[in-house]
Design a protein around this ligand. Sequence first.
Ligand SMILES: Nc1ncnc2c1ncn2[C@@H]1O[C@H](COP(=O)(O)OP(=O)(O)OP(=O)(O)O)[C@@H](O)[C@H]1O
Ligand SMILES: [Mg+2]
Length: 251
Amino acid sequence: MKAVAVYGYSPCTGKTSVAKELAGFFYQQGHNTMLVDTDLAKGNLTEKLGLNSSPNIGEWAADILKRLDCLPYWDINYTWNEIEPYVQTFDGLPVLASNTIEDLAGSPLLLSCINVILHSLLKTPYDVLVFDNSVGVCDYTLNILLRMDKVLLIVEPFSFSLPNVEAFVRLLVDEGFSLDQFGLVLNRYPTHAEQDPLEISRALGISLYGVLPNCPDLCGKKGQASIFTMNRINRLTEEIGHLADKLWSED
Ligand SMILES: Nc1ncnc2c1ncn2[C@@H]1O[C@H](COP(=O)(O)OP(=O)(O)OP(=O)(O)O)[C@@H](O)[C@H]1O
Ligand SMILES: [Mg+2]
């Protein structure tokens, strides 16, 4: 199984867009894939994919919190049959949709809850799990990222500041990450005024995994949710394909 987190240092860099397109690509290739919204405070995968608000990851978490009243987290495991009621699908792709339980992200038992979600999902027969995360260095997000095979750092050349991203990466290394756990993705080609992606990659010490083109249709029209990689070919889906191949071919 491959567990991949999509993450970033600043908001609105395209994390959710990359997560859904990547999961869609893997699914389209025939890999048993699940897309998971682990942005528990502000996740908007439900909205982006036009899913129902329920069921969702928060409802699963609420059930876990009840079990945590009687058992430690390491004794709680959900089988695939027990996880399934919390899962929706988008054109066949299984999705754990955005949390709707208020204050879940502030629960004192959240870390235990996330541990149960992760160890249960990592035992399922999925080939690929793609996690869409919030920005910021909060405990529960770090707990997720540390369990991943790869963490894709999405940066957007327009809002990019190398010293800020360097400081952010240093902070992650202090938290126990090694640089080879990360893959750098530039979302949108830099203009001449902006830095070369390879220079950024070298300066950060993080391998470049992809440079994605601008794709104005990506935001879609209201009520027309889509995952491009599931139904069309353009420059964006080709680049996402290269990114997916690189992830898939790694040990
Ligand atoms: N390559 C792209 N070309 C054009 N538009 C894009 C591209 N990537 C993302 N966008 C647009 O940028 C906006 C932000 O994208 P997205 O919601 O994926 O970012 P995010 O990092 O998940 O944001 P947040 O920090 O709020 O979770 C959306 O309107 C999306 O459609
Ligand atoms: Mg997002």
